[in-house]
Structures are given as C-alpha cells and as structure tokens.
Design a binder for this molecule. Structure first.
Ligand SMILES: NC(=O)C1=CN([C@@H]2O[C@H](COP(=O)(O)OP(=O)(O)OC[C@H]3O[C@@H](n4cnc5c(N)ncnc54)[C@H](O)[C@@H]3O)[C@@H](O)[C@H]2O)[C@@H](O)CC1
Ligand SMILES: Nc1ncnc2c1ncn2[C@@H]1O[C@H](COP(=O)(O)OP(=O)(O)O)[C@@H](O)[C@H]1O
Ligand SMILES: [K+]
Length: 479
C-alpha cells in the first residue's frame, strides 16, 4: 500500500484531469469506492447513516456515497452544517443528488444515526480548525455512533502528525488512493482508527510504501543447496562492554537466530564469557580495530557501547572499508558520511535522531517520514527511525513505514535485537533496502505474535530471537 502527501494527491488529480479524467469522475470513483468498501465491512441495511459534509471535495465524496446508499435503499441523511458545496465537482454532484429527489439539510440533527460519516475536510485542511467547524466536531465527537472518516479524520493534518484538539475521533477511516503520512504520525495517528485504502483507479506513483508480509517472504525463504556457513555471510558485531554485555548478547542472538552464517563479536575481554553463555554459536575478538582487507561481509557497531573518542576512531576505520555497516546506539553521533566507502545504515530512536540532527524530538516525531528521508538523501545513507511505525528511509528518496510491532517492544534491549536482525538479513540478501525493511518487519511481527498469546508487558527482548522461527513460518503462510 502506498503513502501520498497532499501535494502528490493534487498532482495525481491534475495529471488525471489532463488525460481527460475529470474531477467529477474522480469524485464519482471515490464515492463508489467508499460505498463498496463500507458495504463489504458493514451490514449497511441494518444501519442509519448520518453524513456530515463540508463545502470542498471531501464533502463531494460524501455526497456520492450518500447517493449510492440511497439508491441501495439504506437509510441515509446528508447534512451541510458549514453551508452548501462550493467546489465545482461537489456542486455538480450536489445538483445531481438533488435532482434525484434526495433532500439535504444545513442544520445538524438532534442526534446521529448509528453510523456517523465525517466528510467535512480532507487533504485541503489547514490547522487550526475554524471556530464554526470546531462546534461541529464537538457535536460529532459526542455522538453515540460508529464513527467513519472519509480520507482522513477532520482536524488531522495530512502530511505531518499535527491535529486540532477538536479533531474527529474515528473508529475507522477509508483513505482514498493511498495512506496519508499523518496515519503514521502522532498525535494525528491516534485519530484514525482502523484504516483501509480505497483504490480510485489512479496509477500509483509514490516511492513510499507500507511493507507487507508478501514483500518480506523472499527474505525468509530458504533456498540453499550445497551450502556451507560461508554461504550466508560472516558478520562482525562490535558491541558490549564489561558493564553492558547484555546488549551484545541480545544483538548476537538476534543475528544468529535470523540466519547469519557466521558471527564474530568484537567486545571487551571481561564481556566474552557472559555473551558466549547466551550465544555459543559466535566467535569472539578483543582487538578493537578493523583491517581494510578484513573477511567480514557486513558489520554492525554500537550496541551497548558509549559514544566516545574510541568509538569515533573505530567508525573512521569502518567508513574507510567497503562492506555494509549498521550503526546503532553509541555509534550514532552527529557526523559527516561524505568520505564513506561503504553502504551505511543508521538505526536511531527519536532521541538519538535528535542528537544526530540537532532537531527537537517533538519536531522529529511529527515529521518522521520527511525528517528521516531528508537525512537519508542528504547523507546518502539508510535511516531506520525507530518507534511505533518505524520509518525506513533510503538515499534515493524512497522509503517504507512499518506497521508490525507493539508496546511489548518498549523495553531496553529491543533495539539491540533489531540490529542483530538487520545484520543477519544484510548478510543474506544483496538487496540492502529489502534486507533492512524486512528485518524491521520481522522484529515487530515477533512482538505481535507474543501479544496475540500473552499480555504485551510480559514480552522480553530476548524472546524475539526465540519467536523468529514461528514468526517466519506464519509470514510465509500469509503469502
Ligand atoms: N485523488 C484523490 O484522492 C481524490 C480525492 N478527493 C477528495 O478531495 C479531498 C480534498 O478536497 P479539497 O481540496 O476540496 O479540500 P477539503 O475538502 O479537504 O477542504 C477544503 C475546504 O475546507 C476549508 N478549510 C480548510 N481548512 C479549514 C479549517 N481549518 N477550518 C475550516 N475550514 C477549513 C477550505 O477553506 C476549503 O473550503 C480529499 O481529501 C478527498 O476526500 C476526491 O473527491 C477526488 C480524488
Ligand atoms: N510501541 C511500539 N510499537 C512498535 N515498536 C516499538 C514500540 N516501542 C518500541 N518499539 C521498537 O522497539 C525497538 C526499541 O529500540 P531502542 O529504543 O533502540 O531500544 P534499546 O536501545 O533499549 O534496545 C525499536 O525497534 C522500536 O521501533
Ligand atoms: K474527513
């Protein structure tokens, strides 16, 4: 499924219009798409629909939906509390609706029918909401009804996570042509409820997508014949100190459980027995340097390590060699990657990303897709900006939003395991973009499997590695 900013939707509409696909027709396709999607999800004849429409094209979609409901014999009333339509396409649909003898009202009813449809504002919204619309939103939010938003909940921004405090709190949202970024950006994301995308026949042009099980299956398919441990790559994990051996153990377990052919852990001497007791499959190295002509196929560095001069020296060595490097935790610091000779993947949580970029965490969180993408493009690196709806942004401007994972992962150590998973999949898959996005998906999927069976808070990061086998099976079954 694709993600579109409002400017991209407007460009798509303009392009379609230039090809002869009028705004009137696109609105018809939106309305019929909405009707079919709602009909599929709900027993529409058991309900009474109250559609609250705005003066723009979002309101026009509501008019078309109302017509299909009326024609199907479903109880439906259409209201324009802000006044009658003004956009040309909406006006034309309004006239057609009225010509069929269906009535409308500009006053709000005493109470809503069992389904309340928000067709007030879509991607044309400018925050904050005007006072007249705030009153309407307050009335809508007070209603006892199933609340359905068209395209996006009124009062949520489209392209960032901003929202008005009077915004519509939807139980479900039907988004047209693709998700809007705010679906994945807080606080706006919490207004959407369950979200479905309704296709309206426009071709897909976005290079931002939500990754699905189908996309990930390839990374998890074992296709080896006549293989040996070298076939699946030799990873180097530079992690852990005598005070923080756990991070290295978690990352190393993740890497080994996810398919790394061979793993060497570079760590402090005192940490070796502790890590080895959890990961007997790994080999250990104390020498804190990396040669230019080393034999590793990919390197991950930083879990359980402080940011200090020693780390910076090591990173200079890493940037000078050619194999893919994953930088996490202590290896994440403001720096230039201009001299790098290797593909770089940085995996910051919002706090680390704020430290790397000098941008405030609140700003980072509201603009995660843009912020991660800008950093990836400027620095020619891959960014995994962690958190709910982890954003993976690539140097070519494309990216993924991840929808697996839950609050069970909000525990120290989850990120270390993710680094291990990324290392393993980068070792196994020459396509780094796929490998990174698949590791993020699988990591969250493991947590979702746990939450299906147990309370989320009982999840431990170390369980992720144990769940990988079952999770991989499930993902393959889904495809
Ligand atoms: N390609 C697509 O996805 C298509 C989308 N369509 C619909 O068109 C919508 C966009 O239509 P518009 O561009 O007309 O925009 P909207 O319908 O979202 O709203 C525009 C109107 O809202 C008013 N407004 C904006 N901010 C306000 C605020 N804070 N308080 C009060 N009023 C405010 C504006 O003055 C304007 O009159 C989409 O969200 C979607 O529902 C379809 O109709 C056609 C195809
Ligand atoms: N509520 C949540 N929903 C989805 N994923 C989450 C949630 N909370 C945490 N995570 C994931 O857990 C991991 C936490 O990583 P991080 O903050 O680096 O922790 P640590 O450094 O302690 O290991 C990230 O992959 C993040 O996306
Ligand atoms: K809406």
């Amino acid at each position: 499924m694709y993600i579109y900013k409002s400017s991209q939707i407007k460009e798509a509409d303009k392009w379609a219009e230039e090809q002869g696909m009028t705004a009137f027709t696109l609105m018809e396709l939106s309305g019929v798409g909405l009707f079919n999607a709602i009909k599929q999800d709900l027993d529409i004849h058991k309900h009474h629909f109250t559609i609250i429409a705005g003066k723009g094209n979002n309101g026009g979609d509501g008019i078309v939906l109302a017509r299909y409901l009326q024609i199907a014999g479903v109880r439906c009333t259409l209201f324009f509390p802000l006044g009658l339509p003004v956009s040309a396409a909406s006006k034309a649909h309004f006239d057609y609706y009225s010509s069929l003898g269906f009535s409308v009202s500009t006053n709000l009813p005493d109470q809503s029918g069992s389904i309340l449809v928000d067709s007030l504002l879509g991607i044309g919204v400018k925050l904050p909401l005007r006072e007249n619309i705030q009153h309407v939103m307050d009335w809508m939010n007070r209603q006892v009804a199933m609340k359905v938003a068209i395209d996006l909940p009124t009062g949520a921004a489209s392209d960032d996570g901003d929202c008005d405090k009077h915004a519509f709190k939807a139980d479900r949202t039907y988004s047209l042509h693709g998700y809007k970024p705010s679906r994945f950006l807080f606080p706006a994301a919490s207004l959407y409820g369950e979200t479905k995308v309704v296709e309206i026949g426009l071709p897909h042009t976005s290079n931002w997508k939500v990754r699905s099980a189908l996309d990930v299956a390839k990374s998890l398919t074992y296709s080896g014949r006549n293989t040996h441990k070298g076939t699946f790559g030799h990873g180097l994990l530079i992690a852990g100190t005598k005070d923080m051996p756990g991070s290295a153990a978690l990352a190393a377990s993740g890497a080994v459980s996810c398919g790394a052919g061979k793993l060497t852990v570079q760590t402090e001497k005192e940490a070796v027995p502790i890590i080895a007791s959890h990961v007997p499959e790994a080999m250990y190295q104390i020498n804190p340097h990396i040669e230019l002509d080393h034999s590793f196929d990919a390197i991950a560095a930083g879990c359980g390590r402080p940011s200090n001069d020693k780390m910076e020296t090591l990173i200079e060595e890493l940037l000078a060699q050619s194999k893919p490097v994953i930088l996490d935790a202590g290896a994440l610091y403001p720096r230039s990657y201009a001299k790098k000779k290797c593909p770089i993947i940085v995996t910051p949580h919002p706090g680390e990303f704020s430290r790397m970029t000098g941008k405030e965490i609140v700003y980072v969180q509201r603009t995660r897709l843009e912020a991660a993408s800008a950093y990836a493009v400027e620095n020619n690196v891959t960014v995994v900006l962690k958190g709910e709806y982890t954003v993976t942004a690539f140097a070519d401007g494309s990216g993924y939003v991840n929808v697996t994972g839950n609050d069970g992962l909000s525990k120290g150590g989850s990120g270390d395991v993710l680094t291990g998973l990324i290392l393993a999949l980068v070792l196994r898959n020459k396509n780094i973009k796929e490998a990174v996005a698949d590791a993020v998906y699988l990591h969250g999927y493991c947590a979702d499997k746990w939450k299906e069976a147990y309370p989320a808070q009982t999840m431990r990061p170390s369980y992720i590695s144990q769940i990988i086998a079952e999770a991989a099976n499930e993902i393959l079954k889904e495809t």
